[in-house]
Design a protein around this ligand. Structure first.
Ligand code: ACO
Length: 435
């Protein structure tokens, strides 16, 4: 953080002016460091939704929302998605550098060693209703891991953080597959560690104990790309939740469970599920022909309908992940002979209309990653309610990298926002008969 310039805040209420340092990052907007504001003036800043607030400094992920650029540790997402696999991206996010061959082999071997979950987790799983939403199950199972791994609970111990990170990354695919198989009443498939991380996940999802599972490289590559594209996205709602939760010094499993819970919401990770439901609804109500009616509904503010998979707090241009996902969508549909998939046709037509419509152009609303990822996942055979759980699986590494960065920061403090209080001022409790 370099500090060359200063900002002066002046007041009309007689409070003396205050000067604040302006820090420059390596790229991106400068930040005004207002940490001394309260001490100097007795005033807070007010920024609900963090529209103008940088909550931390970070070296992990950079987004240029106007350009539509996404970098993990400086590497463009397009290069990572085409030249690396998810394990390499995990290594990069956790360690700051891409692995060489031996580092990669060692990392993969460590992760593979931890793919099984404690057998008792199956009993815990059985406590859920079979029709429970997978994200309800995942929130419970990930939080429940704190009860099984007491030797990696201390967030302040680097070795324990390291082992909990490997455990979480390794076990998330097993837990997601367990949640799925439990929901459909199918037998759990134990991991097969000779397979790659992603092929192993596909086998646990779609294999059964009676037959050999045949790995389809195109589908594995597509799923691996979904993992890469969702691995991190700087200070989004779930990542900020993980940081805030971990800032109290809780254990890593509890902090990641908080991230899973936050991700579930339809404005965040739940959007891919909501997007596919929207496409299916359009299909049921007349398909491509009726898209105009749907777009009119979206533009009518009273309808409460949004074009899911469109718009982003940071991207005011095409989300680079959406471009890569559209490419993967073509590959998967071709591989499965689904080129005429009606949902894909509806998505392409929606995108075309929305990109030309003044409502969307004026507000800089472009497709985000969720617009195409649901179609890919559905084609692969992932049931719609499981989409967000897959997102959680992929984002776990990003959450951990961000959490580790926060704890290692010498300026780390418990997160504790302040408020503008608008409620009742002091008043006295009357006896119940007089209220
Ligand atoms: N459809 C229709 N209108 C929209 C949409 C949309 N998808 N997104 C934003 N708008 C409109 C808003 O109504 C608002 O219009 P106004 O200025 O006339 O009031 C304007 O665009 C700005 O919208 P905000 O809600 O203020 O933007 P914000 O940055 O707070 O929201 C969000 C971003 C939540 C992603 C929003 O665009 C949205 O709800 N999109 C649909 C859900 C979605 O796809 N979420 C996935 C996000 S990516 C991820 O989590 C992986």
């Amino acid at each position: 953080m370099s500090t060359e310039h200063k900002a002066t805040l002046s007041f009309t209420d007689g409070t003396p002016s205050v000067e604040f340092p302006i820090h420059q990052g390596t790229i991106g907007p400068d930040v005004i460091d207002i940490r001394k504001l309260y001490g100097a003036t007795g005033k807070f800043t007010y920024d609900p939704g963090f529209l103008s607030t940088a909550s931390c400094n970070s070296t992990i992920t950079y987004i240029d929302g106007d350009k539509g650029e996404l970098l993990y540790r400086g590497y463009p997402i397009e290069q990572l998605a085409t030249n690396c696999d998810f394990m390499e991206v995990c290594y990069l996010l956790l360690n700051g550098e891409l692995p060489n061959e031996s580092q990669r082999a060692e990392f993969v071997s460590r992760v593979s060693n931890h793919t099984m979950v404690n057998e008792q987790m199956h009993f815990f799983l059985r406590g859920f209703r079979r029709d429970a939403h997978p994200m309800a199950v995942m929130t419970g199972l990930v939080g429940g891991m704190s009860a099984f791994y007491p030797d990696s609970m201390n967030l302040m111990d680097k070795n324990q953080r390291d082992i909990s990170a490997i455990r979480l990354i390794a076990k998330m695919p097993t837990l997601v597959a367990m949640a799925y198989k439990y929901g459909i009443g199918a037998p759990h498939m134990y991991p097969k560690n000779e397979l790659s991380y992603t092929a192993n996940f596909m086998r646990m999802m779609f294999g059964n104990p009676c037959e050999d599972y045949k790995v389809n490289d195109v589908l594995v590559r597509a799923m691996d790309r979904i993992f890469i594209l969702h691995a991190d996205h700087e200070q989004n709602a779930s990542t900020s939740t993980v940081r805030l939760c971990a800032s109290s010094g809780t254990n890593p499993f509890a902090a990641i469970a908080a991230g899973v819970a936050c991700l579930w919401g339809p404005s965040h990770g739940g959007a891919n599920e909501a997007c596919l439901n929207m496409l299916m609804e359009i299909q049921q109500n007349g398909g491509v022909e009726k898209i105009g009616d749907f777009i009119n509904k979206v533009k009518d503010k009273d309808s409460g309908v949004r074009l899911m998979g469109f718009g982003h707090r940071v991207y005011k241009n095409y989300d680079p992940r959406a471009k890569l996902m559209r490419e993967t969508c073509h590959e998967v549909l071709n591989e499965l002979g689904l080129q005429d998939d009606p949902l894909f046709k509806i998505a392409m037509a929606l995108e075309k209309i929305a990109l030309e419509d003044e409502y969307f152009v004026k507000r800089k609303l472009y497709p985000n990653v969720d617009f195409y990822s649901g179609i890919v996942q559905k084609a692969i055979g992932i049931p719609v309610p499981l989409f967000t759980a897959i997102f959680a699986l992929a984002r776990t590494v990003g959450w951990i990298a961000q959490l580790n960065e926060m704890i290692a920061d010498p300026e780390y403090k418990i997160g504790r926002p302040r408020q503008l209080f608008m409620g009742a001022t002091h008043r006295d409790v009357k006896p119940i008969g007089q209220r």
